[in-house]
Design a protein around this ligand. Structure first.
Ligand code: FE
Length: 396
């Protein structure tokens, strides 16, 4: 038995933000990030629409990138005082992820963060509020997924929370919001979406319901991401849908160790964060090579390669063609090939090596490892991470 869960309603296309005026309720808590939604006028429009729906509105602002447990607790407290029956989260992955966790603590103030980090262990939500997500970036697809990533800064660890209870009720995928993304964010979030679709397609939990979504997303991202990066707004609009399709796939087929490694290297080093999408983009070619030692995975990577029009005489040739194509995309998007080159070398080599055994252990224990086609040993994970630091070939 497997489960396939998506939001009940998904509004898409230009102007779909105005669907907020058709939500039925009396109080909405609107969760947003650092101010771009306000600056571009989308926050005001959202609030106007909610007021037109007859709702009282509370703003919960300033959710930081890579939101912390503390931010989640602050928002949940405000919700407990206000008692909304709708939570409307707008912006990049961060405010929407934070709002999902706030939702759980709003409905269950006595629950602990540790309890929520156990996959598929959430209490039953929707006893107080329903959830509407409006994404402004084209990557995480958190508007349709059962996931949220919250960072524990005391431990320096990113925790992916997973449960179908936090799959939103309504998603509004309006490309007008994504058109405001800066170029670098377009690259990083786009390759995050590509990684979602590819990891979902080779996941051990893949199924007929997720395969079509994953393949179509891969083809769209392959066609449109570089154009979108270079300012083609029609391609940008299509990317907003493509990332959402990838999200529908991975929310149900889950992910793999590219994400395990990105989660556990993301906040581990004193030089700075390794941005999620960029980490995925750098690690993906290495992980494909590693996973392709598994025959079933190699066959699936070969299917992806064929589907996007690459040539190769055998499955392994097609796997290599896919890896080469992804590296080419990274180059066109100005994404470095490895951690050593990330942001001019802000991640210290010595610190990386000192923390390697611990980070490898945490990556193996990450919730995304379980559905990867190969389960790495400690030694293999250390080698993989080292290969991601120096851009080394994988041959194990
Ligand atoms: Fe991701």
């Amino acid at each position: 038995m497997a489960r396939f869960t998506l939001p009940r309603d998904l509004y898409h296309g230009k102007g779909s933000l105005d669907e907020l005026k058709n939500l039925k309720g009396s109080k909405a808590a609107v969760v947003v990030g650092g101010g771009s939604m306000k600056r571009f006028g989308f926050l005001d429009r959202a609030v106007e629409n909610l007021k037109a729906a007859g709702m009282e509105v509370l703003l919960i602002e300033n959710v930081e990138p890579d939101p912390s447990v503390e931010t989640v607790m602050r928002g949940a407290k405000e919700m407990q005082a206000f008692q909304p029956d709708w939570i409307v989260a707008m912006g990049g992955g961060s405010p929407i992820d934070a709002a999902k966790a706030m939702w759980a603590f709003y409905e269950y103030p006595e629950t602990t963060f540790e309890q929520l980090t156990v996959p598929f262990n959430f209490p039953t939500l929707r006893t107080k509020a329903r959830f509407c997500a409006v994404p402004s970036t084209s990557g995480t697809a958190t508007e349709v997924t059962a996931f949220s990533v919250i960072t524990d800064y005391q431990k320096g660890v990113k925790y992916p929370l997973a449960d179908f209870n936090i799959t939103p009720d309504v998603a509004i995928v309006d490309p007008d919001l994504a058109e405001k993304m800066p170029q670098k964010l377009t690259a990083h979030t786009g390759m995050d979406a590509m990684t979602h679709a590819i990891e979902a397609y080779v996941s051990t939990a893949n199924c007929d319901y997720t395969d079509g979504l994953a393949l179509h997303a891969i083809k769209m991202i392959h066609n449109d991401l570089i154009k979108s990066y270079n300012g083609d707004m029609e391609a940008r609009d299509r990317m907003h849908n493509a990332q959402c399709l990838a999200g529908m796939a991975f929310s149900n087929a889950l992910l793999g160790i590219v994400h395990s490694m990105a989660h556990k290297t993301g906040a581990a080093y004193s030089g700075g964060h390794i941005v999620h999408g960029c980490a995925n983009a750098m690690y993906l070619p290495k992980v494909i090579k590693y996973n392709a030692k598994n025959e079933a995975a190699a066959r699936r990577y070969a299917e992806i390669a064929r589907f996007i029009g690459l040539d190769g005489a055998c499955d392994n040739c097609l796997v290599d063609a896919l890896i080469a194509e992804l590296r080419k995309m990274n180059q066109a998007l100005n994404i470095p090939a490895c951690i050593k080159e990330y942001e001019g070398g802000i991640i210290d080599e010595k610190e990386f090596m000192e923390k390697l055994p611990k980070v490898a252990e945490l990556a193996i224990g990450d919730a995304c490892t379980g559905t990867n086609p190969r389960i790495p040993t400690q030694e293999e994970m250390e080698k993989l991470l080292k290969a991601c630091f120096y851009d080394e070939e994988i041959d194990f």
